[in-house]
Design a protein around this ligand. Structure first.
Ligand code: SF4
Length: 411
């Protein structure tokens, strides 16, 4: 792993995340602020503008996966009728709740998850978030409010944008009944402005990987992405990413590549395998291969955000997210990224419990090969459930792909 190369930011990140979770804990225990739970593609800017402390159960799921706590917890949710085939963020998070466990205590020194006053989701990523939050709505007896986005769009129409923007406006009215005061339009503008700024800085950080050799890897990005997920709309995320960009640019100036002797450049498509990041990082480093970009990390680049047009731009940002697009768009997008980042091959992660963010099941890798000469391989696994993963099988796949590319260069 390469965290030590971004040591200043890594240290800041620990403090930032600890402060974030301790503030949530304080809000929950003292009732000084209302707590909203939000999905990763949910309207955090609106919630922040309305003064809610915002918690993201998906971040908890990722933490359970990264700390390899998820697999036994999944069984607890399975025992309550939540299938082993559904999202393992959902089952590990609900399993942790049922077992009165959390990864937040050891990681951030808080006693538990913050109690919600309201739950807010957006279905642009998948429909399972609705069922996930329905569980907690029953447990905590709080409202669960949803934005229902049109799925798998080819071209975004005015009607699509008006539909979601209208839902977001209605949502703000419903939320005002929980918060006790209406949404202040000026505060919303400000949170959208800050969200846009953080997104642009995050994009800048990710795009440093267009350099050859790259100063960063996908694995660095998975570590440093937490603020763009949980702190969008606040000043702290902007300050953090400004410093991260500076530290990354210092690495470029000092000529320190992320992978010594970089000879292969890969793209990671699909969800991370949180419990196996170290395994993959070591595997690629040994092959002098750098995973320079990923759909997952790039999904938090929201170029559409516009503080002068907050609701419509939030709707657009939400609808244009990669996971919500059709196969044709995905082919074009992946072909463009492969060119821009000088990528040798795409690694598709077929995540057993996330069909929504898995793009191997309808012939997309084969079409990229046949129509655009883009090589790829499929890795089988999961985001949290380690029972779906084999190190040996994955090593064989990656080594064979690397050998195939190197052999092609020799002829
Ligand atoms: S998109 Fe996948 S990982 Fe995310 S909540 Fe839905 S099923 Fe889970």
């Amino acid at each position: 792993m390469t965290q030590t190369r971004l040591a200043r930011s890594t240290q800041k990140l620990k403090t930032l995340m600890k402060d974030y979770y301790q503030e949530l804990d304080e809000a929950s225990r003292s009732h000084s602020r209302k707590v909203a739970w939000c999905t990763s593609a949910g309207p955090v800017e609106i919630l922040t503008a309305m003064g809610f402390a915002v918690y993201f159960p998906e971040n908890h799921g990722a933490l359970l996966g990264a700390r390899r706590l998820a697999t036994p917890l999944i069984g607890k949710a399975n025992a309550q009728g939540y299938s082993p085939d559904i999202c393992s963020y959902l089952t590990s998070d609900i399993g942790a709740y049922l077992g009165n466990e959390t990864a937040l205590g050891a990681a951030y020194g808080v006693r538990g998850i913050p109690k919600p006053d309201v739950l807010v989701y957006n279905t642009s990523q998948c429909r399972e978030v609705q069922d996930w939050f329905s569980f907690y709505a029953r447990e905590f007896k709080v409202p669960s409010l949803g934005v229902f986005s049109p799925w798998k769009i080819t071209e975004l129409s005015r009607a699509n944008i008006a539909d979601v923007a209208g839902q977001l406006k209605d949502l703000a009215v419903q939320l005002s009944r929980v918060s006790g005061s209406p949404l202040d339009p000026e505060r919303l503008k400000e949170t959208v402005r800050l969200s846009s700024q953080a997104s642009n800085l995050w994009k800048h950080f990710l795009e440093t990987a267009k350099r050859k050799p790259s100063p960063i890897t996908f694995f660095d990005a998975t570590i440093h992405m937490a603020p763009i997920v949980v702190m969008r709309g606040g000043q702290r995320a902007c300050d953090y990413y400004r410093d991260l960009v500076k530290e990354t640019e210092d690495l470029i100036v000092s000529g320190a590549p992320a992978v010594a002797g970089e000879r292969l450049r890969f793209y990671w498509e699909g969800m991370p395998n949180w419990g196996k990041l170290r395994f993959f990082s070591d595997l690629f480093e040994n092959l002098k291969a750098c995973v320079v970009a990923s759909t997952y990390c790039l999904s938090w680049v929201f170029e559409e955000l516009d503080c002068d047009n907050p609701f419509e731009s939030l709707a657009q940002a939400n609808l244009r997210v990669f996971i919500n697009r059709d196969e044709r768009y995905k082919e074009d997008y992946l072909a463009g990224i492969t060119r821009d980042y000088q990528i040798d091959a795409i690694l598709f992660h077929e995540a057993k419990t996330c069909p929504y963010n898995t793009n191997t099941r309808f012939g997309l890798p084969q079409r990229l090969q046949a129509e655009r000469s883009i090589a790829s391989a499929v890795l089988y696994g999961d985001l949290c459930d380690l029972r779906c993963f084999s190190e040996e099988q994955s090593r064989t796949v990656v080594e064979a792909l690397a050998e195939q590319i190197m052999a092609g260069r020799r002829v």
